[in-house]
Design a protein around this ligand. Structure first.
Ligand code: ADP
Ligand code: MG
Length: 445
């Protein structure tokens, strides 16, 4: 069976990928619907399960239709310190009294593992506050930000903290999609009463990715009622979304305004410092459990510098490096990293250019391109220029002097000043903050 799978995999993923990852793996057993694969290291097991898991279910399923799940375990070699347990990603959350399950929490998403920096400090503080004291004094708490910036991480951290510190408190965490799914199930089984009772009996309700219910009318309706019932009972609600309440499209006005009632905090994209901080923290964790991995600190700087999309991509890069290193027994240095991550780095390079930024910003503020590079100091020109420099600093990997040159030969201290200014304004000026966010999204799209 495995041979056949490899043949298909070669066709689908290419020779190189199979050689790098799957050739090291063997199919150990199939028990009912579960196929167990074995990999030589935990990292490889983790990597394969994450990146090829779905595809492998499909491929093995072709040979053996009973197979519905795949797990990758670490192959037993000499006795190890750690028993080679299956790579368990999730632990199911305890059931609440009335049989209403929280979605599983990822045990890695805790406050301990969350790195705080300027872009996420408010969101982090708000999350900590509800985790320690879910007294509905801010209700709802609404966390929003782009993809891969740590919303789900914070939501899980809150839920896990509450479950551990207040076992009597009923915490229900789920995605808006799961909310809809359960609601539809209830409709199908004509059991909406139980559904309502269950949802109204929780102490803390957490709904992730609320934008999902946009445009889904009956689900929105039900969500609205659940929401109101809980607010009336002074039960804590925490919600996340991919943009601020006033920017989520296809959502009813009354829900929009309810979402704005409480505390609305946004997570900004990670800046260089935060990216580096996150990488350091992850690397430390990896090296604590895998002393054989040697990582040149320069590699982390290179990654933080060059990969400026979201944290998930950053993590993926590190995981891949470590998997590769543990596979070939090589030290992770700059050369190795460039080689192993060539595709990722190239994709990151292709990102945004200063020219595009200037064009977008000029359009947005109704200016001419030449205004942005001119010496004019009028606020109507100077502010957008600062916005453009700020975006250039955050979205490109250009150095400060390079950015200065892109804006009519300005000095790098002018660029620093612009970046600081916009950072400060984003805290106090919500209109500006939204303009910046909008521009960033358009540029990254
Ligand atoms: P979102 O829900 O906003 O799309 P996630 O919470 O899923 O993003 O985060 C994506 C990945 O990035 C997760 O693995 C998460 O642990 C990691 N991550 C994001 N922000 C941080 C941070 N500040 N510190 C540590 N890890 C982070
Ligand atoms: Mg998420």
């Amino acid at each position: 069976v495995w041979r056949d799978v490899l043949v298909v995999a070669r066709r689908e993923f290419g020779e190189k990928a199979v050689e790098q990852w799957l050739d090291q793996v063997t199919l150990a057993s199939v028990t009912r619907d579960l196929a167990t694969l074995e990999a030589p290291t935990r990292f490889l097991a983790d990597w394969i399960e994450r990146n090829f898991g779905q595809a492998l279910v499909r491929m093995i399923g072709q040979a053996d239709p009973a197979v519905r799940r795949v797990q990758v375990t670490v192959r037993e070699r000499a006795p190890r310190r750690e028993p080679s347990a299956p790579v368990e990603m999730f632990t199911p959350a305890p059931e609440t009294e009335r049989g209403l399950n929280s979605a599983p929490l990822d045990p890695r998403f805790t406050f301990d593992s969350f790195v705080v920096g300027k872009p996420n400090e408010l969101a982090h503080a708000a999350a900590r506050r509800v985790a320690e004291c879910p007294d509905a004094s801010f209700n709802p708490v609404f966390l929003h930000g782009g993809v891969g910036l740590g919303k789900t991480h914070l939501m899980h951290a809150i839920a896990a903290h509450l479950q551990a510190s207040r076992p009597g408190v009923k915490v229900l965490y789920l995605s808006a999609e799961q909310f809809m799914y359960r609601f539809i199930q209830a409709l199908r089984f004509r059991d909406t009463i139980t559904f309502k009772e269950q949802f109204r009996s929780v102490d803390v309700l957490m709904v992730d990715d609320v934008q999902f219910i946009a445009g889904k009318d009956s689900t929105q309706e039900e969500f609205f009622h659940t929401f109101n019932a809980l607010i009336d009972q002074k039960k804590q609600i925490v919600i996340s979304g991919d943009s601020s309440p006033d920017r989520i499209e296809g959502i009813e006005e009354r829900i929009r305004s309810r979402l704005q009632w409480g505390l609305v905090v946004d997570i900004h994209p990670a800046d260089y410092e935060l990216r580096l901080g996150i990488l350091h923290s992850k690397a430390e964790r990896i090296m604590a459990t895998h002393p054989e991995i040697v990582l040149d600190p320069k590699v982390l700087e290179m990654l933080a510098h060059r990969i400026n999309s979201n944290v998930r991509v950053l993590e993926g890069a590190l995981t891949r490096l470590v998997a590769f290193a543990s596979l070939v027994g090589r030290r992770i240095d700059l050369d190795m990293a460039q080689e192993c991550l060539a595709d990722l780095l190239r994709a990151a390079e292709r990102k945004v250019t200063i020219e595009e930024i200037k064009r977008r910003v000029a359009d947005h503020y109704n200016l001419r391109l030449s205004d942005l590079v001119s010496a004019r100091r009028a606020r109507a020109v100077a502010r957008p220029r600062q916005v453009a420099m700020y975006l250039a600093k955050n979205l490109t990997s250009k150095s400060l002097p390079e950015i200065g040159r892109g804006f009519g030969g300005r000095d790098h201290t002018t660029v620093i000043h612009a970046v600081k200014k916009i950072e400060a304004l984003r805290e106090s000026d919500s209109q500006l903050s939204e303009d910046v966010e909008l521009l960033r999204r358009m540029l990254e799209a």
